[in-house]
Every structure is written in structure tokens, then in C-alpha cells.
Write a protein that binds this ligand. Structure first.
Ligand code: ATP
Length: 239
């Protein structure tokens, strides 16, 4: 495909009088893993919500495969190939792991493909395979995060957007989740990863963007950002 899969042009979002995002330009190309970094309230979740059309843009454009998403309702975005794994996991706690995964494929009718993807999720996350008949609400925080990612994959998104998958996880589990995302990226999955954990997110990314108070302050190749003194001072605690 020519051009980026996703392109944000001068995107702005306001919540009433609060400006959450201003003048954001961002691109994601097919096969890339792009990390969107920034501290609390920087506008990261708002960016993903705007792409999923859960909030309307106040200015600018969102282009998906070159077409403007302006009039696309939120419920159409997954059909277009945009998968959104929101912060807070939003699992069905009283349903089993297997049922939660099946629900991730609710738009699909290809039973054989669904069955294969279920097996793929169980291979990616062996812990979910062991617990497939347990209730999602009984899983640990890390397991629930893995289930939320796996459920998103069951929708076979062209672009997988993840909102802070490392939130609240112990360092060992953060490493485990990041390793799975690196693996998915290796397999060709396009990923837009929102993270506060800049180090972990840049280590597996091709490129990154940094937001501060709704504006983009830095962008570049992940390896360059990891060595950038301003980013190190602000997000990694080292100059
Ligand atoms: P966090 O990591 O804390 O989720 P974030 O970078 O994802 O931060 P957003 O959640 O996008 O940031 O919030 C950006 C700004 O918009 C913040 O100032 C926030 O208070 C504000 N905001 C977010 N959602 C709403 C809402 N529904 N109504 C009003 N203001 C909101």
C-alpha cells in the first residue's frame, strides 16, 4: 500500500472548555510498531479514542488508508480494521476466558478462522490456555491484561491500538507483555502502543511520539528517542 495506514493531521480534541489535544500530526505505516508516550493527562488515551471515533475531533483530520474517518461511527471502526484495547481491560468478569476471547470475534463468521485464532492466542499466552474455563474476574491483573490483548487480536485488527498494557503490572509481567507485543510485531502486526513506561515501549518500537499537555514535543526513531537527553530526563529519570 502507498502511504501510511493511519495519518493524523493537525488533530485537535476538546472536552468542553478543556483542550486535550492540539495540532497532532502522527503516522503509522503498515507493519510498524509505534509508541505514543507521555505522562498523565498528556492526551494519549484521547488520541486512541479519536481514532476509534469514541470522541469527535474538534479540528484536523484522521485518515485511514487515505480516507477521512470524519463521518465514520465508532461501531464501524473495528470493521475497517481498527482494534482498540482500552485502558482498564473491560473484560466480562463473570464469563470464562474462552468466552471473552470468542466475544472478541463477534463480527466474524469464519468459524474455522476463529478456531485457529483462539489456538494462536493460547500459544501466545500459555497462561490463558491453562485457564480457559476459569472466570475472567478470577484472573490476576497480569493475566487479565493478557486476556484483554488476546481478545482484541480475536477481532483480527489491521491496526492494534493498546492503551497502557503495562499499567499496574509488576516489572516481570511488563517484560512478558512487551515480549508478546514484540512477537506480534515480528509476525507483521501493526501496533500503536500508548504507554507511560517509555523505556519498555521504546525498546520494542520502530518509532515513537511524545505528547505533553496535548501537544507533540518529540518524535523519531525509537533508538534515537531512547538516547535523547530531554526524553531521558523527563521520562526515564536519567539525563
Ligand atoms: P492518562 O495516562 O492519565 O490516561 P492520557 O495521556 O491518556 O493520560 P487523556 O486521558 O487523553 O490523557 O486526557 C487528556 C486531557 O483531557 C486531560 O487533561 C484530561 O483531564 C482531559 N479529559 C480526558 N477525558 C475527559 C472527559 N471525558 N471530560 C473532560 N476532560 C477529559
Amino acid at each position: 500500500m502507498e502511504g501510511p495506514l493511519l495519518k493524523l493531521e493537525d488533530l485537535g480534541v476538546r472536552y468542553g472548555s478543556v483542550s486535550a489535544l492540539e495540532g497532532l500530526d502522527l503516522e503509522v505505516h503498515s507493519g510498524e510498531l509505534v509508541s505514543l508516550l507521555g505522562s498523565n493527562g498528556a492526551g494519549k488515551s484521547t488520541t486512541l479514542r479519536a481514532i476509534s471515533r469514541l470522541v469527535g475531533a474538534t479540528s484536523g483530520r484522521i485518515l485511514w488508508r487515505g480516507a477521512n474517518l470524519d463521518h465514520t461511527p465508532a461501531h464501524r471502526t473495528l470493521r475497517l480494521g481498527i482494534g482498540h484495547c482500552p485502558e482498564g481491560r473491560r473484560l466480562l468478569g463473570r464469563q470464562t476466558v474462552a468466552r471473552n476471547l470468542e466475544l472478541g470475534a463477534y463480527l466474524r463468521r469464519d468459524q474455522e478462522g476463529i478456531r485457529q485464532d483462539l489456538e494462536r492466542c493460547y500459544q501466545l499466552f500459555p497462561r490463558l490456555a491453562e485457564r480457559r474455563q476459569q472466570l475472567a474476574g478470577a484472573l490476576s491483573g497480569g493475566e487479565q491484561q493478557m486476556l484483554a490483548i488476546a481478545r482484541s487480536l480475536m477481532g483480527r485488527p489491521t491496526l492494534l491500538m493498546l492503551d497502557e498494557p503495562s499499567l499496574g503490572l509488576a516489572p516481570r509481567l511488563v517484560a512478558e507483555v512487551m515480549a508478546v507485543l514484540a512477537d506480534l510485531h515480528q509476525q507483521g502486526q501493526t501496533i500503536l502502543l500508548v504507554e507511560q513506561n517509555a523505556q519498555a515501549a521504546l525498546e520494542i518500537a520502530d518509532r515513537g511520539y511524545v505528547l505533553e499537555a496535548g501537544r507533540r514535543t518529540l518524535e523519531g526513531r525509537a533508538s534515537e528517542l531512547l538516547g535523547n537527553p530531554a526524553l531521558r530526563a523527563a521520562y526515564l529519570g536519567t539525563a
